[in-house]
Write a protein that binds this ligand. Sequence first.
Ligand SMILES: Cc1cc2nc3c(=O)[nH]c(=O)nc-3n(C[C@H](O)[C@H](O)[C@H](O)COP(=O)(O)OP(=O)(O)OC[C@H]3O[C@@H](n4cnc5c(N)ncnc54)[C@H](O)[C@@H]3O)c2cc1C
Length: 150
Amino acid sequence: MQGIVAQPRFYDVSEVRPYRVHMRIVPRYVVGQVVLAGDAAHVNSPAGGMGLNGGIHDAFELAAALVAMLREGADDSRLELYDRRRRPIAREAILLQADRNRARMRERDPVRRRALLAELQATADDPIRCKAHLLRSSMIDGLRNAALIS
Ligand SMILES: Cc1cc2nc3c(=O)[nH]c(=O)nc-3n(C[C@H](O)[C@H](O)[C@H](O)COP(=O)(O)OP(=O)(O)OC[C@H]3O[C@@H](n4cnc5c(N)ncnc54)[C@H](O)[C@@H]3O)c2cc1C
């Protein structure tokens, strides 16, 4: 804190809660009657704010699967579809993007850091790339791609 906002008297740190940043995913979301979603299925760096959002997307897809099974006569294979739709998205879109976000924030080499930020700025300045970036980072792309999996 002194390095960021120095003050004459040192900050009084009353509590420190370090946490370990994970990048993990289970090999299957569905085993028998046990179905995983959210952090129980995948955990990632908080950089980019993707964990909870990804978990909510899991919950939407899982709710659709349960409605189909309980009300519309679908069999257990609907849960396999839930796994096929959500697990690749978590692995390829959420975990990898969160890791890229974290790597950008952790970069200490000033030259490399400037290059990464310049790349982000160039994306922001280009409407087509900017829209593609927003669709990807908001995970709307992931939802659309998942819906195509049958
Ligand atoms: C610092 C930080 C910042 C973050 N920022 C963002 C962000 O900006 N945007 C974003 O999308 N995500 C963010 N996340 C991630 C987000 O917090 C998680 O992805 C989300 O909370 C996961 O929700 P969940 O319901 O799957 O799991 P959890 O929130 O972990 O909920 C699981 C619940 O189950 C309970 N539980 C555990 N074991 C048992 C048991 N045996 N019996 C009964 N209950 C039990 C726990 O107490 C807990 O309440 C952040 C995470 C961190 C650490």
